[in-house]
Design a binder for this molecule. Structure first.
Ligand code: FES
Length: 465
């Protein structure tokens, strides 16, 4: 497979397309080749990488997109979201199983091993399970139906062949947890979380703001469109960094790579890298956005299929997800148009779906080699490509707010649940607020001010008690 690393100078010099301007601005602001060159090892092979970029990006840059196999049918697995959402990128990393290659940074000498495959993730002979059982199989009854001896043989075979990885080579030693007392905990630092946290900190409240990714900005950082800051057009990465600087200047305690994983009335557990934080706020604001997944089509779990945001994120790191990329989704969608232009500027051949056509099936054995598209069976035809940017669906990440006691509201139109909050971000829990797409709200300065007002009213009420 051809290497997919982009030379940022060629993008800057070669493309006259004004729509690729934002990619040039992004590379001028945050050069993707700024990290020192290093070498990681993948299944015994040396791979050239850049310090600090995600391991999955280093592997994609080297043309490796099949990283492991699924637990039961040994279907190929690879990165799809590049943001810790899909688990397609689980690998054994420096002797630790089930690490997400998209969230772990590359550094010299890192050892990456494929999991759950024999002899390799690329060619796994246990894939025959998938072909023998095209309509699935019931492993619970299959193993008990034929008597004790066969059952025992099947169990020991299943134990060896299924499961995710094997135990770590070294025991974990976690440092003691840190306790943080504050007025407000803001979970999620996308544009909405940044705005709400900054306003609360400016109003003099002690704010602890946590973001599970190593950087803030959420979708804005990955976007290939322009943003306005102080009357100037800036790329998403610069807009995110400016917003972070404003949040820090307002006095908030900001934690990145910090994942809020459980919340209780008396505190919230946040895991920051390998350390636990016990955060005890008086109010909690959940602004932790959406889960993203690709839509329904044949073989939609194949390596080489990406969400639009993942393809944009790879470009941010100076890597194209493929040489020949099929971009699916609505015509004249500004994000997809910008992504297509940027992929072209980065040297990829881009195909868009014709008006009215849909993606029927991804084609390939261990990764994408083409796609079947069309307006129906009679019109179906093949497109040769090595990557697909698939239609993406977003569902609110309401689960953490749910743990805090917030009701989930069913959205029948979009077929998902969202955290139930009013236009002031209030929920049925007085000390818990929801902001942004976790509650189906988009960006709205008016609404963000209303949420800040509700939080302040609650804090004030608490002070008067
Ligand atoms: S979880 Fe790593 S690519 Fe989706």
């Amino acid at each position: 497979m051809a290497p997919r690393r982009i030379d940022p100078r060629s993008v800057r010099a070669a493309s006259n397309d004004p729509n690729a301007e934002v990619l040039r601005a992004l590379y001028a602001y945050a050069p993707p080749d700024a990290g020192a060159p290093c070498t990681i090892e993948h299944d015994g092979r040396s791979i050239a990488a850049r310090e600090g970029e995600p391991v999955a990006i280093s592997l994609l840059a080297a043309g490796v997109d099949t990283l492991s196999r699924s637990v039961k049918f040994h279907r190929p697995r690879g990165p799809m979201c590049l943001r810790g959402n899909c688990e397609g990128c689980l690998v054994r990393l420096d002797g630790e199983p089930n690490r997400m290659a998209c969230t772990a940074p590359s550094r010299d000498g890192r050892e990456v091993r494929s999991q759950n495959s024999f002899p390799s993730a690329q060619i796994d002979i246990l894939r025959v399970t998938d072909w023998f059982f095209p309509k699935q199989f019931d492993h619970h009854h299959l193993m008990v139906r034929y008597g004790t001896t066969i059952n025992e043989v099947m169990q020991s075979f299943a134990r060896k062949m299924a499961g995710l990885g094997t135990l770590p080579e070294r025991p974990e030693r976690a440092p003691a947890p840190e306790t943080i007392d504050c007025d407000v905990l803001v979970v999620g630092l996308g544009p909405v979380g940044l705005s709400v946290a900054t306003a609360l900190a400016r109003a003099g409240h002690s704010v602890c703001a946590v973001e599970e990714e190593p950087f803030v900005g959420g979708w804005m950082r990955d976007s290939l469109r322009w943003f306005d800051r102080d009357g100037r057009r800036v790329c998403g990465a610069e807009a995110s960094d400016r917003d972070l600087a404003a949040l820090r200047a307002a006095g908030a305690s900001v934690r990145v790579s910090a994942s809020a994983c459980a919340t209780f009335d008396d505190g919230t557990i946040v895991i920051q890298s390998d350390r636990a934080l016990w955060v005890r706020p008086r109010a909690r604001v959940f602004a932790n956005g959406c889960h993203e997944s690709v839509g329904a089509f044949g073989d939609n779990d194949m390596p080489g299929i990406f969400t639009a945001r993942a393809a944009a994120r790879a470009l941010r790191y100076g890597v194209r997800v493929g040489e020949s990329v099929l971009v699916c989704g609505p015509q004249e969608d500004p994000e997809l148009d910008a992504l297509s232009d940027a992929l072209s500027a980065a040297g990829a051949t881009v195909h868009r779906l014709p008006e009215g056509a849909s993606l029927i099936e991804a084609l390939g054995a261990s990764s994408v080699t083409g796609a079947l598209v069309g307006k129906g069976e009679s019109d179906a035809h093949k497109i040769k490509c090595d990557a697909i940017v698939a239609p993406t669906s977003r569902t609110p990440a309401f689960e953490l707010a749910g743990q805090a006691g917030v009701e989930a509201a069913q959205d029948l139109d979009r077929q998902c649940f969202a955290a139930r909050g009013d236009e002031f971000g209030r929920t049925q829990r007085e000390d818990v607020f929801v902001a942004g797409s976790v509650a189906h709200g988009g960006r709205s300065p008016v609404r963000e001010r209303a949420i800040v007002g509700s939080v302040e009213a609650w804090l004030e009420k608490g002070r008067g008690r």
